[in-house]
Write a protein that binds this ligand. Structure first.
Ligand code: PMP
Length: 284
């Protein structure tokens, strides 16, 4: 918490913190595998980009964040972990003005996460299309990983109400953007496709890694906009995210994807992803 290691019970934030009052701040979710912090460089870079986009200045340098994450992992004796890095606007007055908050509040949590039950990684996951569109980039750019997650949470509630755990979110023009906490890919005729950042989505670190894996495995892969009809007619659909890793989608709304079983490209990418992180996850 703000540069000091404290026990869990003492890791608390003021009720006057603008992160709490207004969702004013940004964050990252990161994973450690065998003491290696997967793509931590990319995550901290994105944290700084999110902060810059909301005119928030980090009191710590890029390197200091990474060192502090390692210290927090060590203090908790963790080798495999889910890491949450948060930087809020800090404590201020009961008005919106962010510039009346003298210093950001910064904290790092190292713990574990189970986003989806393990059985879903064997069977594939059912998802729905959210009725609610993803935030309009000109209003609140989804590429900013801000503490304002209500757009996603309300779509997640739509999913849970429908008896599933994830929802596909469309942009204001009806093109597929992403899911509430994961990026989305489809496979058709052996070719992997994901929407471009310009569709209005968070540029996932896992998404980028999977695209690079495709390159290395000579699996054709590219970015372009597409609609739900095309997604539903795909051979395979899968989601990517730090917490989710890679998970196959078996059904979208009432439509089975392929024959409903995990497809060969998704399987290959999942195996490769697991092998890479087990062998020594890249930290760049
Ligand atoms: N989209 C959203 C909205 C997210 O919150 C996340 C992170 N959970 C992702 C995509 C995936 O990003 P990453 O691979 O960097 O975790």
């Amino acid at each position: 918490m703000d540069g000091a290691l404290v026990p869990r019970e003492q890791a608390v934030v003021s009720v006057f913190d603008h992160g709490v009052l207004y969702g004013d701040g940004c964050f990252e979710g990161i994973r450690a595998y065998n003491r290696r912090i997967f793509k931590v460089g990319s995550h901290i870079k994105r944290l700084f980009a999110s902060a810059a986009a909301i005119r928030l200045e980090s009191p710590y340098a890029h390197r200091q964040w990474i060192d502090s994450i390692r210290q927090t992992l060590d203090a908790n004796g963790l080798t495999n972990a889910y890491i949450r890095v948060v930087m809020t606007r800090g404590v201020g007055t009961l008005g919106l003005n962010p510039f009346r908050c003298p210093a950001p509040t910064c904290f790092i949590i190292t713990d574990s996460i189970e986003l989806y039950p393990p059985s879903l990684y064997e069977s594939g996951m059912k998802v729905i299309t959210a009725r609610r569109p993803r935030n309009l980039p000109a209003a609140l750019d989804p590429s900013i990983k801000s503490l304002n997650y209500l757009n996603n949470i309300l779509a997640k509630i739509e999913a849970i109400d429908a008896g599933v755990l994830e929802a596909i979110m469309l942009n204001h023009e009806g093109y597929v953007a992403e899911c509430t906490g994961d990026n989305i890919f489809f496979v058709k005729g052996g070719r992997v496709t994901t929407p471009p950042v310009s569709a209005g989505l968070l540029e996932g670190v896992t998404r980028r890694f999977v695209m690079e894996l495709c390159g290395e495995l000579a699996i054709p892969c590219g970015e372009r906009i597409f609609r739900m009809e095309e997604l539903k007619a795909a051979d395979e659909v899968f989601l990517t995210g730090t917490a989710a890793e890679i998970i196959a989608v078996s059904q979208v709304d009432d439509e089975l994807i392929g024959n409903g079983a995990i497809g060969p490209v998704t399987r290959r990418l999942t195996e490769e992803f697991r092998a890479r992180v087990a062998q020594g996850a890249p930290e760049d």
